[in-house]
Design a protein around this ligand. Structure first.
Ligand SMILES: *Cc1c(COP(=O)(O)O)cnc(C)c1O
Length: 396
């Protein structure tokens, strides 16, 4: 190694803004569900780049698609047609409820665009007074001013006042509170099927079905933020499939291009037609390389039956976490679905456990002091899960 970890740590401390409390490890290589650090030590990855590397690290087919496209054309802007963007749009539309899609670069941008589309739709209908977007407490929708305001943690938005207007928060999974919050100014209800960033809280089936009914009855839009739950993460290509409902607008991002930055919002034609030329746009969004990577990602998901793998192995994973809860009084709750799982601890030990697991070659995420979160690549095996469970059994 030309540069040491100590030097990197020092430079990071000197040159980067202080926004991240990074774990003490320097990853230099990945393959499948494995990562390697600068010393050559191997890790099993239960974070997958914050749920992004759904096909595993550096999947051969994804790598080939990126290499092929990068050698041919990297960027021309959306003033021109490009092949990967249009083919990706077709694939997503043919595999979802939606009729049209817009590509951007991240989850926050996808939610920002979805909210703009919802407000424009109401305006086109002659109901410009409907601009309010209702979201859930404990939700996470992004870091831009509008998506941070939408996020259900008002104290996090506080330092950035003044904030955009027209947002209201209600407790999650509480249909009465939602019903009471809907009024003549309501434009849309935006929810995550599973609240990921705040600790993996799963929406009840009845709740989302009731939300759908309220939206239909009141003539307002249902936006599902599937930035984390989409792309197979829950054992369905999109989580809404498991709820027996369809949203009006859906946002996706994290897993879409196996780790390359991309985001998208999708809508039914009736809603999508509110946007005409010039109403929304982006320089990089839907660029040839991320779109080629996303096409390859979807191809791998289908060819390798990865979504089915999540459904069956995810069930196994959850059962094993359930066993741990039975055996250990330090575990309070097991939550989640598919490969989006969490373990809530009785005591503030999550941070310490994550460091202990890292020493043992296991990459796990903690949310605050009490929650361990697991977001492995969709190809992770039962044996790898068993290795994690053996270690959790010893450490908890
Ligand atoms: C990660 C996440 C976002 C934000 O995505 P970025 O790409 O970080 O902007 C939005 N919504 C949900 C549900 C997420 O998990």
């Amino acid at each position: 190694m030309a540069i040491t970890f100590e030097e990197i740590k020092e430079k990071e401390k000197t040159y980067l803004m202080r926004t991240y409390a990074r774990k003490p490890v320097l990853f230099v290589r990945g393959f499948g569900s494995r990562l390697w650090d600068d010393t050559g030590k191997e890790y099993i990855d239960f974070v997958s780049g914050l749920g992004a590397c759904v096909t595993g690290h550096v999947h051969g087919e994804v790598l080939a698609a990126i290499a092929r496209q990068s050698a041919q054309l990297i960027q021309v802007s959306n003033w021109y047609f490009t092949i990967p963007q249009v083919l990706l749009a077709e694939t997503l539309i043919k595999n979802s409820f939606a009729d049209r899609v817009f590509f951007c670069n991240s989850g926050a941008e996808a939610n920002e665009g979805a909210m703009k589309l919802a407000r424009k739709y109401m305006r086109e209908k002659g109901e410009a007074e409907r601009y309010e977007i209702i979201t859930a407490l404990r939700s996470f929708h992004g870091r831009t001013l509008a998506t941070l305001t939408a996020t259900g943690a008002p104290e996090k938005a506080e330092p950035y006042k003044p904030l955009p207007e027209g947002f209201k928060h209600v407790p999650f999974n509480d249909i009465r509170a939602l019903r009471e919050a809907v009024g003549s100014r309501t434009c849309a209800i935006m929810l995550e099927p599973i609240q990921g960033e705040s600790g993996v809280y799963v929406a009840e089936k009845k709740y989302l079905q009731e939300v759908r009914k309220i939206c239909d009855r009141e003539g307002i839009l249902f936006i599902l933020d599937e930035v984390q739950t989409g792309m197979g993460r829950t054992g369905f290509l999109f989580a809404y499939e498991g709820y027996g409902i369809e949203p009006d607008i859906m946002t996706i991002a994290k897993g879409l291009a196996s780790g390359l930055p991309i985001g998208a919002f999708l809508a039914r034609e009736e809603v999508a037609k509110a946007f005409g030329p010039g109403d929304h746009g982006t320089t990089f969004g839907g660029g040839p390389v991320p779109c080629a990577a996303a096409l390859a990602t979807l191809d791998v998901l289908f060819q390798e039956n990865l979504v089915e793998n999540v459904a069956t192995v995810g069930q196994y994973f959850k059962e094993r976490l359930g066993e741990l809860k039975e055996r250990k009084s330090g575990v309070v709750e097991v939550r989640g679905m598919g490969f989006m799982l969490a373990l809530e601890l009785k005591e503030e030990r999550a941070e310490e456990l994550v460091l202990r697991l890292l020493e043992r070659g296991l990459v796990v995420n903690n949310i605050g002091g009490k929650i361990l979160r697991f977001l492995p690549p969709l190809s992770i095996s039962k044996r790898e899960i068993d290795t994690l469970m053996d270690n959790l059994m010893e450490l908890i």
